[in-house]
Design a binder for this molecule. Structure first.
Ligand SMILES: Nc1ncnc2c1ncn2[C@@H]1O[C@H](COP(=O)(O)OP(=O)(O)O)[C@@H](O)[C@H]1O
Ligand SMILES: [Mg+2]
Length: 286
């Protein structure tokens, strides 16, 4: 499912008070089945942009098209938002903080029941979802609060996946997890993207995650999209990244150091260890 932002400007309102524009004229078209990372410094508007994808933040100007539904600034019909929320899965920062039910099963079933699904069907989907996130079915009868942080996060993600979303939006899904837990979650997301073709939008600070998991990168600054490129093109332009004070992924940093020390240029932009090994073999350094 495609997500198309057209001229999106948005602000926050608290009663009569309006903030300055948090999103400014965002034009961005993310094709069906794409995997896009959104990066940028704190306060750039990344989380706000994610919120517009399911209508949690409505645009002041412009529109967001999600599949064949269009979210606009005009009084939004409830039907549009309901349909959008059915197709967009939203994993917030620290999603485990929203677990609330007595059992994992009840927590995961909350969404489907809320959308009118019969209980038995919801329970069957909960089983599928818990397996999908790599947990045992027996955990369904546990209290979510008895689980480890990593397990809680998986349960929270299962509660989003159970709705079978066409678009999955994730805000720093690895934050606060140890490196292994983080890698497991992101590998899971990548696999889902590949097997189910879910259009995936991932906000992250970690350029190694961008390099490893995403196909395209968006950079945001002061509420604007300042670039949108395939990852290889993006990490090729080292000077530009420096100008934006953005890091490089570890393998790419290693590549640049090696190239400057040996005066040998590797044939590709290396974003993973595998890229590096292939490059080194090709130039005869390994
Ligand atoms: N609920 C809110 N009410 C008012 N201002 C907000 C709210 N949430 C975020 N902001 C402001 O919007 C701007 C963008 O924030 P955010 O989208 O969270 O950026 P990022 O996720 O890139 O760090 C910041 O200036 C932030 O202070
Ligand atoms: Mg944020």
């Amino acid at each position: 499912m495609q997500v198309n932002f057209q001229g999106v400007t948005a602000d926050y309102r608290i009663g009569p008070i309006r903030s300055k524009n948090i999103l400014q004229q965002v034009d961005l078209c993310l094709p069906s089945h794409s995997f896009t990372a959104i990066v940028g410094h704190t306060g750039a508007g990344k989380s706000s942009l994610l919120k517009t994808v399911n209508g949690l933040l409505l645009p002041k100007e412009g529109s967001i098209q999600v599949g064949d539904q269009t979210i606009t600034s005009v009084l939004q019909s409830k039907d549009v938002l309901k349909r959008v929320r059915q197709s967009v899965g939203m994993v917030f920062q620290f999603p485990e903080s929203q677990l609330f039910a007595e059992t994992v099963e009840q927590d995961i079933c909350f969404g489907p029941l809320n959308f009118g699904m019969p209980k038995q069907e919801a329970q069957k989907l909960a089983k599928d979802a818990i397996t999908l996130v790599g947990l045992e079915e027996t955990i369904l009868s546990s209290s979510p609060f008895s689980l480890s942080g990593g397990q809680q996060r998986r349960v929270a993600i299962a509660g989003v996946l159970v709705m079978n979303p066409d678009v999955l939006v994730l805000d720093e899904p690895g934050a606060g997890l140890d490196p292994q837990g983080k890698e497991e979650i992101l590998t899971l997301i990548k696999n889902l993207h590949e097997t189910k073709g879910i259009t995936t939008i991932l906000v992250t600070h970690d350029m190694d995650d961008v390099a490893r998991y995403a196909d395209d990168v968006v950079v945001m600054e002061e509420g604007k999209v300042i670039t949108y490129k395939p990852v290889h093109t993006f990490f090729d332009d080292v000077e530009q990244l420096k100008a934006w004070s953005l890091d490089l992924p570890e393998p790419r940093r290693f590549q640049l150091r090696l190239e400057s020390e040996t005066n040998v240029k590797l044939p590709n932009v290396c974003l993973t260890i595998e890229d590096l090994v292939a490059g080194l073999i090709e130039v005869g350094l390994a």
